[in-house]
Every structure is written in structure tokens, then in C-alpha cells.
Design a protein around this ligand. Structure first.
Ligand SMILES: Cc1ncc(COP(=O)(O)O)c(C=O)c1O
Length: 368
């Protein structure tokens, strides 16, 4: 679905800036690569849609073979129904009784709704939400594999949570999941060992507490490797579809030429020879910086960087900045792609320089 009619032959040069630009061929490459790894190892792919928030991308992920979609919030799940998805995992700690009617309505439009149990206290609160609307769902139990966020930290806590889930009448224990987001900070040469330790923890807890349940790790850095490890039932990467500085430069999970989303911007002033100001700031790039300490890296040569942002200004520094002129247009790969999509009304879809579509970001702002 597109929002704006595009004159045939329109190119990026015809657009006002800033704009978020999706390269269709790179997106397709990234989607296929992870799907092929999963297919080769008989592992299900449940992509996390919080990165793209786009029905068109969800539809493509499902067409390529994804078994279901992962969402962070009920609102994202509702927004993705238009993709035709039949199986959804909401990977968040749901506790609010007001959520019950929406969960019931959502489940009524799906073959499978999976929810998360992240601690005994949270599971007991979730049971009340489900009981109030008489809804029984499959449950994945969260294991903290190093991020230090939600999930059981050890076997003892895992046993207690499995027991709770098994006793609650509106829950059916399905497996264990983790989000290994801390692997974004692991040095490339130490990744292999980190992935092994994560797998050992997740599979160790499964073996000790409930060997009949499955394991579902989820993170773009680890997913290509996790999909090759024993007993992994499904992986749930999100940012792999687009890439960003974190995935294409820091963790090197994707190649630089796989970065599928750029921010198109215009140089609006040159206050000093070593500084260019662009019209994209933190309201486009978000406030997130990469581990390199920057908001964006110029997409073709990577020599210019968005060093910092105010709301509507980006400060561009780097080699060749003195040659930039007011009115020049630059494309930058963002530091962290997920919040960038959440800030955009729509994205411009291109093949090369040619605009092929404009997609509304249906899941934008759906954080309830
Ligand atoms: C629970 C959960 N699963 C999966 C993901 C996907 O991670 P990534 O975008 O790094 O692939 C996230 C990301 O925050 C998450 O929180």
C-alpha cells in the first residue's frame, strides 16, 4: 500500500528532505539471507517487527517463510494484522488488566498468540488479565542470557516460573526465550564464545527444568549462529532486515553494502570550513548513538559522519567536509535503525535512485 502517488520516473532528487529511504534490493537480500540460514537448519524465523513497523515488510517476511512475527507491544501486533499474519509472539511483560479485551480480540484473529512470562510476579498478573477475558494462550518463559533485563537469572528461578506457568489455567508452557541484546557490545573476535555461552545457558535451563519445551533466542547479532545450534526451535531477529552502524560496522553481522535504510538530507549551512549542518537531526536519526559515538555515517564512502544532533540539525564532520556546498544532498546510515522508523510517517522505497513506492509506517508510535 502506498500513501502518495509517485510520478513515474521520480528519483530521490525530486524529494524534499529529510526522508527515510529504503533500498528494496538490499532489504530483499537481508530478508532472504536470514530466512535461508533458518531453512537450512530447520529453524523457524519469527522476525521482530519493532524495527520496520511496516506491513509490507512483514508480508514479505511471511511470504519468504517466516512462521510468525514477534512484536513488542499489543499495538504493533494489531498494526501487523493487515499483513495476513496468523501467529504472533508479543515479547513483553504484560500485566495491565485493561489489556485483556484487546488481547482477546487479537487472539480471535490469529491461529496462535504467544505471550511472555518474565517472572513469577508478572506471570501471576498476566494470569489475571487472561482469566478476566477467559483467554488461554501459549507462553514463552524469559531467560536473561546476559542483557540484564527481563527473565529468570538461574535454574532455581526458572523452575519456579515453569511451575507457575504450568499451574495457571490460562497458560500453556511452550518454551524459553531470550533477547541477547548485550551481544551488540561484544568484540567481533569474542562473539563466537559469547553465542556459545548464551546457548549453553538457555539450553541448560531447558534441560534442567523442562526438556520437552523449546528454545527461542532472539537478536540480529546472534541469529545467524543461534540458528545453527542444537535444540533451537526459532530465532527472532529484528534489525537484520535493514542493518545500521551497529550491525554493519560495529558487530559486522551484515556487510556495509547491506545497509538498506538511509536518511536523505540536505546541507543547509556551512558555518565553518570543518562543519556542515544538515536538515536531519535527532527528530529523524533519534537520540541513539552508535558505539562509535556518532548518529550517522555517510552511505557511499563512509568518510563523513553525523557527529551530533540537535532536534532539526545534524552536525557533519569528517574528511571532505570542506568541499561540501549549501544545497548538497547526503545519505547517512543511522546509528540504530529501530527508533528511526518510529519517527517517520512513511518511507521512500527505491531501486537505485528511482522511487518505486512510498510506504506508510503503520506501526509508528504503537507503543501501547
Ligand atoms: C525481546 C526481543 N526480541 C528480539 C529483539 C530483536 O533484536 P534485534 O533488533 O537486535 O534483532 C528485541 C530487540 O530489542 C527484543 O527486545
Amino acid at each position: 500500500m502506498s500513501t502518495t502517488p509517485i510520478p513515474s520516473g521520480a528519483t530521490l532528487g525530486d524529494l524534499e528532505t529529510p526522508r527515510v529511504v529504503v533500498d528494496l534490493d538490499r532489504l530483499e537480500h537481508n530478508l532472504r539471507r536470514q530466512q535461508e540460514i533458518c531453512d537450512r537448519h530447520g529453524v523457524e524465523l519469527w522476525p521482530h517487527i519493532k524495527t520496520h513497523k511496516l506491513v509490507n515488510v512483514a508480508r514479505r517476511q511471511l511470504a519468504l517463510g517466516a512462521k510468525g512475527l514477534t512484536c513488542a507491544k499489543i499495538g504493533e501486533a494489531e498494526a501487523m494484522l493487515a499483513s495476513g499474519v496468523r501467529r504472533l509472539f508479543i515479547a513483553h511483560s504484560i500485566v495491565d488488566p485493561r489489556n485483556g479485551p484487546r488481547l482477546k480480540a487479537l487472539a480471535g484473529q490469529l491461529d496462535q498468540l504467544i505471550l511472555a512470562a518474565t517472572s513469577v510476579a508478572q506471570a501471576q498478573a498476566l494470569e489475571k488479565v487472561l482469566a478476566a477475558v477467559d483467554l488461554k494462550v501459549d507462553i514463552l518463559i524469559a531467560v536473561d542470557t546476559g542483557l540484564g533485563r527481563e527473565g529468570v537469572r538461574n535454574e532455581e528461578k526458572a523452575r519456579a516460573l515453569v511451575e507457575t506457568v504450568r499451574c495457571e489455567p490460562h497458560m500453556n508452557a511452550l518454551g524459553f526465550y531470550s533477547h541477547e541484546g548485550h551481544t551488540y557490545s561484544v568484540a567481533v573476535e569474542e562473539q563466537e564464545a559469547a553465542f556459545e555461552a548464551i546457548h549453553q545457558k538457555l539450553d541448560g535451563i531447558r534441560n534442567a527444568c523442562a526438556p520437552e519445551l523449546s528454545i527461542w533466542p532472539g537478536c540480529s547479532v546472534s541469529a545467524p549462529v543461534m540458528a545453527t545450534k542444537p535444540n533451537v526451535h526459532a530465532v527472532r531477529p529484528g534489525a537484520y532486515c535493514f542493518g545500521d552502524i551497529a550491525l554493519c560496522v560495529v558487530s559486522k553481522t551484515l556487510r556495509w553494502e547491506d545497509a538498506a535504510v538511509t536518511v536523505l538530507s540536505t546541507v543547509v549551512d556551512r558555518p565553518t570550513p570543518e562543519l556542515a549542518l544538515i536538515d536531519a537531526g535527532s527528530k529523524t536519526f533519534s537520540g541513539d548513538k552508535s558505539r562509535l559515538g556518532i548518529s550517522g555515517l555517510e552511505a557511499t564512502e563512509g568518510r563523513l559522519q553525523v557527529d551530533r544532533c540537535n532536534e532539526e540539525h545534524g552536525y557533519v564532520l569528517g574528511e571532505g567536509v570542506d568541499k561540501l556546498q549549501v544545497g548538497d544532498r547526503l545519505r547517512f546510515v543511522p546509528a540504530h535503525i529501530c527508533p528511526v522508523l518510529n519517527l517517520a510517517d512513511d518511507v521512500v522505497v527505491v531501486r537505485g535512485e528511482e522511487i518505486v513506492d512510498i510506504w506508510p509506517v503503520e506501526g509508528r508510535g504503537k507503543n501501547r
